[in-house]
Write a protein that binds this ligand. Structure first.
Ligand code: ZN
Length: 193
């Protein structure tokens, strides 16, 4: 489902990667959140890595979305497409859920999170899609709690009264250098073929 939406006819890895970034940029809430298309320093190495490896990354993410879907009845599953993309550092977000596209688009910067925690990042964004809201309100909490139960992710034992924790749950381990993954320099990115 997901991969077919971003169409590129090129077989050149760099061009494919650049086309991909333009494609996901058009699905972002605000295009400025993906700035690599305009950056000359890292552009060649990152776009080339994306051209060669992004399908495998997105297949893995789509599998995680399927795991989230499986927590709900078919009629409760929001239509979702998910893509990995490097997000601009200054926005300070690791993922986003754009409810204005159909299907709903989830973008996650997998370079910012250790691979074993990618599912946790996906779960948070999926809960937004399921709740149909960008906020962290009670409907979001219900969706998130249901997902955590189904996927065996522990909820905080002491859930504070204020809902602030919801904004950062499930928690995950961040990487030191987000762009290293996208340059193919992370150990984890090398293992993807
Ligand atoms: Zn959120």
């Amino acid at each position: 489902m997901a991969d077919s939406l971003i169409i590129t006819t090129s077989t050149d890895p760099f061009t494919r990667g650049l086309d991909y970034l333009y494609g996901v940029r058009s699905l972002a809430l605000t295009p400025a959140i993906i700035d690599l298309v305009d950056r000359l320093d890292d552009r060649i190495s990152i776009c080339t890595w994306i051209g060669n490896h992004i399908d495998a990354v997105n297949r893995q993410l789509t599998g995680y979305v399927q795991g989230c879907h499986d927590c709900f009845h078919a009629w409760e599953q929001p239509p979702i497409q998910i893509f990995a993309a490097p997000l601009v550092e200054s926005f300070k977000i690791d993922g986003l859920c754009n409810l204005q596209t159909n299907p709903v688009t989830i973008l996650v910067d997998v370079g910012r999170v250790v691979p074993k925690d990618w599912l946790r990042l996906v779960v948070h964004e999926y809960a937004h899609a399921h709740a149909g809201s960008p906020g962290h309100h009670s409907q979001f909490e219900r969706s998130l709690a249901h997902l955590c139960l189904g996927l065996e992710i522990a909820l905080p034992p002491d859930q504070p009264d204020q809902k602030d924790w919801l904004q950062f749950y499930p928690d995950y381990v961040s990487t030191q250098d987000p762009l290293a993954f996208w340059r193919g320099q992370g150990q984890d990115s090398r293992s993807l073929n």
